[in-house]
Design a protein around this ligand. Structure first.
Ligand code: ZN
Length: 79
């Protein structure tokens, strides 16, 4: 089986992290990373960025919506 080149692997990083690759493609991707320090490091940096971005999302929840959820919770407890 032909192994992925670095260019091919880099293009698959997003799909890999989103779990959009089929099992065979994901396996070949991981195989390339196993033997390629550069791509492994790239995936690590990419994953850190994606994780940091997704951790910011809850803070974007509008304050009034959060307030409504909290008061709904309070009302349920007192009634
Ligand atoms: Zn590579």
């Amino acid at each position: 089986m032909k192994r992925f080149s670095c260019d091919e692997s880099v293009e698959l990083v997003t799909a890999y992290l989103e779990r959009e690759l089929d099992q065979v493609t994901a396996g070949r991707f991981e195989e390339h990373l196993g033997g390629c320090e550069g791509c492994e490091r790239y995936l690590g940096q990419f994953r850190t960025t994606v994780t940091a971005l997704s951790e910011l999302r809850p803070q974007r929840l509008p304050d009034d919506r959060r307030e409504r959820l909290l008061s709904a919770f309070r009302d349920r407890r007192t009634s």
